[in-house]
Write a protein that binds this ligand. Structure first.
Ligand code: GLU
Length: 306
């Protein structure tokens, strides 16, 4: 892969997606998210041998939203291993990320850890094992991203908490089925703070590079076992993009996770992680220009996990 001019490819993609930057809508169900300047774009690659490439608004920081769910799951798997799967499933949901009806049908066991209910119950599990969950989460991102100054955007966290009703309903529904151990509002506060962690694309690609590196961080330390890492990537492929995971898999051919701030992280095992950010979303809640950029990347580099 070393012969590939990643920088050139990212620069080209950044030019090509410019017309798409005005398409779609920024998420406004969290009022503080709606304040972002909507036509921004950045894309960064971090390779398993430690090289970084970036194009666009590389230093612009954004809240990572649902991409935090991957770290939540990582920290929970470190502590619970397979026991975690008694509380959350592994199937694609086929419904919106914040669906309540499916949770009712399935007796309070969320379909997978990447829809809201699944991430919230995973947070509940983590909350039971960590004395300072927000500190642990921040420390993980600080260490893995190489930026010791990573912070939480408290304005966004507070805004999410103020408008938490739907997520709170999920928590209470799970509690009514006996699948929730802590106070719903306490767990939600941690969950929203995880979602409001601020990174730029370079930091995001770097922080999650263990996903491309058999579960190991830049120092060769195990974040997840190779088996868990393979499992997590498989779940990302089937469930990482809400109810549009099939379309993303078809177009991009890599496991990925999106967030409503317009960011998407994708993984090419044993090669690199790529993070893209463009705030305007399609009707599934995924970044319009972000998906187009990753599709182009996969075509230009002729890459896929298959
Ligand atoms: N914090 C957002 C929520 O709970 C995350 C949603 C997302 O990025 O999918 O609604």
């Amino acid at each position: 892969m070393s012969q590939i001019d990643y920088q050139h490819v990212l620069d080209e993609i950044t030019k090509e997606v410019q017309p798409l930057l005005s398409q779609g809508k920024v998420a406004d169900y969290i009022p503080a998210l709606a304040e972002v300047e909507p036509n921004q774009f950045a894309i960064a690659i971090h390779t398993v041998d430690g090289q970084t490439y970036c194009a666009g608004d590389c230093s612009a920081r954004f809240t990572i939203q649902s991409v935090s769910k991957v770290m939540t799951l990582t920290l929970a798997l470190q502590r619970y291993g397979d026991e975690l799967w008694q509380r959350v499933g592994k199937e694609p949901s086929g419904t919106a990320f914040n669906s309540l009806t499916q949770l009712e049908f399935e007796q309070g066991i969320p379909r997978n850890p990447f829809i809201n209910a699944g991430a919230i119950v995973t947070c509940d599990a983590l909350y039971s094992r960590l004395s300072a969950p927000m500190h642990s989460m921040l420390e993980s991102f600080r260490q893995l991203s190489g930026n010791a100054q990573v912070v939480i955007d408290k304005k966004v966290a507070n805004s999410e908490y103020e408008f938490r009703h739907r997520n709170a309903a999920m928590g209470h529904l799970m509690k009514s089925f006996g699948n929730f151990n802590n106070e719903v509002d306490d767990v939600l506060w941690a969950y929203f703070n995880f979602c409001a962690i601020e990174l730029n694309c370079v930091e995001l690609a770097k922080a999650y590079n263990y996903l491309a590196n058999q579960g190991k961080d830049a120092n060769g330390q195990e974040v997840l076992s190779a088996r868990q890492n393979k499992q997590l990537n498989s779940l990302l492929f089937t469930s990482g993009l809400y109810d549009a995971a099939g379309d993303f898999g078809y177009r991009v051919g890599m496991p990925g996770k999106s967030g409503v701030s317009g960011t998407i992280l994708a993984v090419l095992p044993n090669q690199f992680t790529v993070a893209v950010w463009a705030p305007r979303l399609n009707s599934y809640g995924n970044s319009v220009a972000g998906i187009a950029a990753l599709e182009r990347l996969s075509q230009k580099l002729d890459i896929s996990i298959f």
